[in-house]
Design a protein around this ligand. Structure first.
Ligand SMILES: [Zn+2]
Length: 87
């Protein structure tokens, strides 16, 4: 009886913790929220993960990392051509 009650309490507590953590970590930005298909700095598809975003000329650009965002901001006019913007 003791073992059964232990298992029950573990099942009740764990799933809610995991769900809230996953949402906070991964659902920050999604590919659907940005106007570029590729990270213009490294060429990675934004669907693979977005760490940071910026607004540039009424577009929202997603980047896989803060480093890529900083790289873009050094020369946005040139780098925007590599962003593969959605039509
Ligand atoms: Zn990148």
């Amino acid at each position: 009886m003791l073992i059964v009650s232990c298992n029950n309490s573990a099942k009740e507590n764990k799933p809610t913790d995991i769900v809230s953590k996953v949402q906070a970590d991964t659902a920050k930005f999604t590919a659907a929220m940005v106007d570029n298909k590729r990270d213009p700095s490294c060429g990675m598809p934004v669907a693979a993960g977005i760490e940071d975003t910026i607004h540039y000329k009424n577009k929202v650009l997603g980047f896989c990392s803060k480093e890529c965002r900083d790289e873009f901001l050094k020369d946005p006019k040139k780098n925007i051509t590599a962003a593969d913007l959605k039509k």
